[in-house]
Write a protein that binds this ligand. Structure first.
Ligand SMILES: Cc1cc2nc3c(=O)[nH]c(=O)nc-3n(C[C@H](O)[C@H](O)[C@H](O)COP(=O)(O)OP(=O)(O)OC[C@H]3O[C@@H](n4cnc5c(N)ncnc54)[C@H](O)[C@@H]3O)c2cc1C
Length: 416
């Protein structure tokens, strides 16, 4: 069904009984041109762009649970392109541009809301680093403004400017950044891909690979064998496990990141705010809840749940920034598993096993990357060569020393 004002009006007048399912829940066929493992944002976006831009619609997306049950449905929904390094900033800006036209492209309301992001700085050194980042962004055609303390105060007067241990000195603002509704992004890509003939197959876990003369020739799943000329994996926090099924290792550690939602408040927070002296980021949902998060757990885990020490740490970061939230009740908290790559940047590349392609290592930031990642991964799968915008995201950069270390923290994943 095509969504329009007319379809909305007709359905409203007929008691909302004629809405069609937004995408088709398919059963597996014996073979496809491309199988994509993982029904999160990246997998579904890849399928959509394969069908819409590269004319390859004989595609299956296989998901072990239900689509969006992984990180796509667990994140804090921030989208931005405030990156420093060439290789990252072009890629994330491509994503930002795709976000800006996404709802029209998918014919789906993904609630893309460009309310801006402010990264606060609390020292002269941090201001210099943000000035450098802002200059790099502007040199690459990305919007950025360095704000002083009073400009930040005008935007967010409720922050603690005067009594804090780490006083706020200013911030780096990207006005085009903001948030998008995570579930709607998943459903929107599923809607658009399914309309073009892509099979979205749920409750279908990949348990092994078919090999044919050294090449990957398909996947073994809990719903049977599916043959495919090419297989792409976009399994977020499970990349190292799926790579192990195919017989290779990735430069990745897995950690849990938690997200939190408070009870609803009247509109308060204008966009996204991040605390530069600790690790805390917050925005406000359309329903009024504060949506926030902070650091990952310090140890490796595949458990999709968090723990109390991190809740305390994140709450302390929030209180340092906004003491007024002290009496606010927390409604929900949950965890997602993140692939932390050794330089903090993602990987979109062919794997060491011919016929298998890797989309992994998104660390804290893969939600904002969904459109560009889908487009670039689709290009790689269709053409067999990297999309020019993702040329720096090759797997062999770790061997060759061409790291994309945005934070300059070295091979210490928990610091990225
Ligand atoms: C708490 C939290 C907050 C975050 N906040 C942000 C943010 O504000 N902004 C941002 O840009 N990023 C954020 N991220 C990161 C972002 O959510 C992820 O990087 C991104 O969603 C990962 O890509 P995906 O959506 O495709 O992954 P997922 O949605 O995790 O998709 C992968 C899918 O693969 C499936 N799968 C795994 N193994 C198999 C198998 N063997 N067979 C079949 N299917 C399999 C999983 O079930 C899963 O559904 C956050 C992450 C978390 C956890």
């Amino acid at each position: 069904m095509r969504h329009s004002i007319l379809s909305l009006a007709l359905n409203a007048l007929s008691g909302h009984r004629r809405w069609q399912p937004t995408w088709r829940d398919a059963a597996p066929k014996p073979a496809y041109d491309v199988v994509i493992i993982g029904g999160g944002g990246h997998g579904l976006a890849t399928a959509h762009y394969l069908a819409s831009r590269y004319g390859i619609a004989n595609v299956a997306v296989v998901e072990k649970g239900w689509i969006g049950s992984g990180n796509a449905g667990r994140n804090t929904t921030i989208i931005r392109s405030n990156y420093l390094l060439p290789g990252n900033n072009h890629f994330y800006e491509l994503s930002m541009k795709l976000w800006e036209g996404l709802e029209q492209e998918l014919n789906y309301n993904a609630m893309v809301s460009q309310r801006g992001i402010v990264n606060l700085y609390h020292s002269d050194g941090q201001r210099d680093a943000y000035a450098r980042r802002g200059n790099s962004m502007r040199l690459h055609g990305v919007d950025a403004e360095l704000l002083d303390r009073e400009q930040v105060r005008a935007m967010a007067p409720f922050l603690d400017f005067d009594n804090a241990r780490f006083p706020i000195k200013g911030g780096l603002l990207q006005r085009r950044a903001g948030t998008a509704r995570h579930d709607a992004v998943v459903w929107g890509y599923a809607h658009a891909a399914s309309k073009r003939g892509v099979d979205i197959i749920q409750n279908c876990e990949v348990t092994g690979f078919l090999h044919d003369g050294g090449r990957i020739a398909g996947v073994e799943t809990t719903r049977g064998t599916i043959r495919a000329a090419k297989v792409g994996m976009a399994v977020a926090g499970h990349s190292s496990r799926v790579a192990a099924l195919a017989g290779f290792r990735l430069p990745i550690e897995s950690h849990v990141l938690q997200a939190f939602v408070s009870e609803a408040l009247k509109p308060l927070i204008p966009g996204v705010i991040t605390f530069g002296a600790g690790h805390f980021y917050v925005s406000q949902s359309d329903k009024g809840g504060l949506v926030f998060g902070g650091d990952i757990d310090g140890y490796n885990s595949y458990a999709q749940r968090g723990n109390l020490p991190v809740i305390e740490d994140v709450a302390e970061g929030g209180m340092a920034l906004m003491p007024m939230i002290g009496r606010l009740r927390l409604l929900r908290a949950w965890g997602g598993i993140m692939d932390m790559s050794m330089d903090g940047s993602p990987i979109i590349d062919a794997s060491p096993v011919p016929g298998l392609y890797v989309n992994a290592g998104w660390c804290y930031g893969g939600f904002k990357a969904i459109p560009a990642s889908g487009l670039c991964f689709a290009h790689l799968l269709a053409r067999g060569e990297p999309h020019p915008t993702a040329a720096a995201l090759r797997l062999d950069r770790f061997e060759r020393g061409y790291l994309l270390d945005e934070k300059g923290q070295g091979a210490q994943p928990n610091l990225h």
